[in-house]
Design a protein around this ligand. Structure first.
Ligand SMILES: [Mn+2]
Length: 438
């Protein structure tokens, strides 16, 4: 049987299974740090990405990995899962495989994915110790607390830094207040949102390093199984400041404000990057732009690997650390994509071919006409955004006026709803009229 060889796990009672994104590997590293005093010769790290075979991520065959693991563990083993979500579309298979594994060994399952909770809820899986948290930061608490209780201050600092890295990597803004509370209790300093924005390129560089097939060198006696396991050990062994400078050397990533210098704001809501982002780095440049500009929508173009004739133009809702309403903006983008693509087609800037959806949309455009396409997408989105703002303000004003005039609150509310509907309908007519005129 080719693929992953899990026999090194057999003789090592502590097994850490981590997801392969930055949150997963850094959480794996935090657990590694916590169990290190048990002796590295007793630790195995399993972290593997394979879209077609056994993998420690839902983007591969997770149930197969769990079954294989069950064949290599005993009563003596404790298996820690770090941020490994259930495989969508294979939930029951994953639960069954996990239950089989738990018959053989003790399992501690640390995660923060809601779907995990949903599928495990009400299912008694003996010996699986579920630690499901509401946010990315909190998943580090078991590791953090175990070293704090043991009085290992330097390790606590290290794990805390990994936890902040994990929350930024997972774009989990809700976790920031939790991090602040924990920081206050432990006497650590937690970066502000502003500092995180300014230093976002560091996170982007570490993320690139983690995802690249180049393995950072980690000196350890732990068994490292899979193509990402050495990254876990590396993050556990090196202070984060060293990891950051090495990542920036290997994957030079411009600072957000540097990227923003080549951007233009269209209307007051859309930032458009006027240059081409480097090959395959459109999403990363969009995030860098968002970090610098705090606009609700960014539009970026980037070439795609193995395709010469097309460049992808991408529009993103501020899925990063933005402070402007994301749900509203993603709705706007999903409504906008059809008419925009239609217009791009009419102007012969694109063929009807879709590339995977993003938190927004992406469309391939003729490589020789990128500038024109970028401008068109940015302008249409800016005017749609402005239109939505006007509708919102109109509805707001109508509601407030009525609350003053109509004393009865319930009556005011129902009249307000009628007025709001009327305003929306009128706005819709204006929009349609505008469309026809084009
Ligand atoms: Mn995660």
């Amino acid at each position: 049987m080719g693929g992953l060889d899990l026999t090194p796990v057999k003789t090592r009672p502590v097994v850490i299974v981590s997801d392969t994104d930055l949150h997963g590997v850094s959480l794996g590293a935090a657990l590694y740090k916590a169990v290190e005093p048990m002796g590295e010769e007793n630790i195995a790290v399993v972290s593997h990405f394979d879209p077609k075979g056994p993998a420690t991520t839902a983007r591969g065959d997770l149930p197969a990995l769990l079954r294989q693991l069950a064949g290599n563990v005993t009563e003596q083993h404790t298996v820690y899962f770090a941020d490994v979500p259930l495989k969508i579309g294979a939930e029951q298979e994953t639960v069954t495989a996990l239950a089989e594994l738990a018959k053989k060994a003790r399992v501690v399952y640390i995660d923060h994915h809601i779907e995990v909770l949903k599928h495990f809820a009400g299912k008694q899986i003996p010996r699986v110790d579920f630690r499901i948290y509401a946010d990315a930061f909190s998943t580090y608490l078991p590791a953090l607390m175990s070293v704090v209780i043991a009085g290992r201050d330097a390790d606590a600092r290290h794990i805390f830094d990994l936890a902040v890295l994990g929350l930024v990597a997972d774009v989990d803004l809700a976790a920031l207040p939790v991090a602040q509370q924990v920081a206050a209790a432990l006497g650590f300093e937690v970066p502000t949102l502003e500092q995180i924005r300014q230093n976002y390129h560091v996170v982007a560089a570490i993320d690139a390093m983690v995802k690249s097939p180049q393995k950072p060198n980690a000196e350890t006696d732990a068994a490292l199984v899979g193509n990402m396991a050495s990254v876990v050990a590396y993050l556990a062994k090196k202070p984060l400041s060293e990891v950051a400078s090495e990542a920036l050397q290997k994957f030079p990533t411009p600072e957000p404000k540097e990227v923003a210098r080549d951007a233009e704001i269209v209307g007051d809501a859309v930032a458009v990057y006027k240059k081409l982002a480097p090959l395959g780095q459109g999403a990363k440049y969009a995030a860098l732009l968002e970090a610098a500009l705090d606009v609700p929508i960014v539009v970026v173009a980037a070439p795609v690997p193995r395709v010469q004739e097309y460049v992808v133009v991408m529009a993103f809702a501020n899925a990063f650390l933005g402070s402007k309403v994301t749900a509203e903006v993603s709705k706007l983008l999903s409504e906008a994509k059809e008419p925009i693509v239609k217009e791009l087609k009419e102007r012969k800037l694109t063929k009807d071919e879709w590339i995977r959806p993003t938190p927004g949309f992406s469309v391939p455009v003729d490589a020789s006409k990128v500038e024109e396409a970028l401008r068109l997408v940015a302008e249409r989105l800016a005017s749609l955004y402005a239109q939505k703002q006007r509708e919102k303000i109109a509805a707001q004003v109508a509601r407030e006026e009525l609350t003053v005039l109509v004393a009865d609150e319930k009556l005011a509310a129902s009249v307000a709803r009628i007025v709001e509907a009327a305003v929306n309908a009128a706005a819709q007519k204006v929009l349609e009229a505008l469309k026809e005129r084009r």
